[in-house]
Structures are given as C-alpha cells and as structure tokens.
Design a protein around this ligand. Structure first.
Ligand code: HPA
Length: 273
C-alpha cells in the first residue's frame, strides 16, 4: 500500500491536468448548500470516482464532484458534496480532500454546513459564522504517526477560524443587510440528531450550533497551515421544548431557503481574499 503523501500527490497530479490555473481557495459546500457552484466560471467538473484515492459520497443532497474554475475572477476548487464520518469513512478519508487542496496550492479554505441551533437567539434559516469549535467526534483526524511534511505533531488551535476572515464576512453581511450570528460549532458523529438532553448539554458546554461535519476538515486545514472561514445555516432548533422532531428533509429545506444569503457572503468574501 502506498503512503498518504504519495496518495495526495497522485490525486493532486490527476486534478492538476484539468486546472487552467492553480486554485487559491478551496471550498467545501454542505448539505443543501451546493448552489455556489452556479457562480463558477470556466468550470471543469471531476466526479470524485475519477480521482485516484478519493472517497465517493453517498448522502442525499450531495453532488459528489470536484469543480475547478473561477469565482469573481479568483481560482477556486470546490467540493460539491463532502465525506462524513457517519457514512463509514475513516477520518483520513473524510479529510483527504483538504490535504489534496493544500497540495494544489490552496491557501484559504471556506466551509459551509447545516447545523442545529442551541442558542436561544437563533431561528431556523439564520446564519452563524463559526468563530470556534468543540470537537466531540469520537476519533481525531490527526491520530497516528505524524507526517512532518504535512504539518506539526501538536498543532496550535487557538485560532482555527481566521479572525480577519470573520471580520470581512461580518462587514459584507452588514453591507448587504444580512443578519449573521457568530458562535461556537460543536462537531458530533451523528447520524442521529441529538436528544433533548444532548442539545442541552452541548449548549451548557458552550456550543451555539451542532453538526456532523466541518470539525475534522478544519483540524486538518489548521494542521496544514490553511486559513479557514466557516459558516453554518441553522436548519433546526434543538432547544425547543415542544415539536422538536427533526428530519433530514427539513434540514435540506431550511438550508435551501437560507442558501442565497450564504452564497452571497461566500462570493463576496472570495472577491476580497
Ligand atoms: N444536529 C446535528 N447535525 C445537524 C443538525 C442537528 O440538529 N442539523 C443539521 N445538522
């Protein structure tokens, strides 16, 4: 079996054949949040299944392709559909595309996701800029021998979400009359949504929103020295006392409704990177 670094190089080498210019920004789009791909010019689409060593995603609402091109004139590489730990992928597989993006030359990673709200000030359809996270996933993506060529053994995590990008996004949101919250994202394994007691627990420990993605990718991005910006669409509220059953369809529907706001912020942010 070939090593991780060689796999990254083989994946990147394959993708590079389709790239007119090296991407500066990597983008991972969450469930029901794939429409930013309509803003990509000069696009080249590569199904994940064609890329050596890439996993293939299975969840409804995920497109499963890598798209190269430009947004607002800036070269990007976009994942339409991501890999989740709950699907059965290893953490190494979940985070592999981030490492490939780094190898392609990416310096900044933008991430979106659908998340459950726990902050009493949040409503369904709100946007939350992630300023920090709490990792409750059961396995760490950097567990195992460290490859120093990919990053340090003990990465600093004092600012996994770049403050400069948070500030830029807030300015963009205000200029476009889009209300945004900032807050802490709790990353869990899933695939169950949380029990009422779990939502309460996650709020007590400091979480504002909870979801089943993002944290592994952000950890690996921090390890690789990438600047990260991430934003959640609040698709359901875990803290309501009544009527708080949650379905995947409801999550996708709420994500879709809020998507234009999120897409605008991402597009303008890319222009300012
Ligand atoms: N919990 C976990 N993941 C989620 C949620 C939630 O309430 N909503 C969307 N993704």
């Amino acid at each position: 079996m070939i090593g991780l670094q060689q796999q990254i190089q083989e994946s990147a080498g394959y993708i590079r054949q389709f790239a007119v210019q090296a991407p500066e920004t990597g983008i991972i789009l969450g469930s029901g949040l794939g429409n930013l791909i309509n803003d990509i010019s000069d696009r080249k689409e590569i199904p994940y299944g064609d890329i050596p060593h890439f996993p293939v995603s299975t969840v409804e609402g995920h497109h499963g392709k890598l798209i190269l091109g430009t947004i607002m004139g800036r070269p990007v590489v976009v994942m339409a559909g991501r890999f989740h730990y709950y699907e059965g992928f290893s953490m190494q597989q979940v985070t592999f595309p981030v490492r490939v993006m780094k190898a392609l030359g990416v310096g900044t990673l933008l991430v979106s996701n659908a998340a459950g709200g726990m902050n009493a000030a949040f409503a369904v359809g709100d946007l939350m800029i992630i300023t920090d996270h709490i990792n409750l996933q059961p396995e760490h993506p950097l567990r195992g021998p460290n490859n120093n060529a990919l990053g340090p053994r003990f990465p600093d995590m004092s600012e996994p979400y770049a403050k400069s990008l948070v500030a830029k996004a807030r300015t963009i949101a205000a200029a476009n009359n889009i209300p945004v919250h900032t807050g802490v994202y709790v990353g869990v394994q899933g695939p169950t949504f949380e029990t009422r007691a779990e939502y309460k627990f996650m709020h007590i420990i400091g979480g504002d929103a909870v979801g089943m993605s993002t944290v592994p990718e952000v950890i690996v991005a921090a390890h690789a020295g990438l600047k990260v910006f991430a934003m959640s669409v609040i698709t359901d509220l875990g803290i309501r006392e009544e009527e708080n059953t949650i379905t995947h369809e409801e999550v996708l529907e709420a994500a879709k409704a809020a998507e234009p706001k999120l897409t605008l912020i991402f597009r303008e942010l890319i222009a300012q990177l």
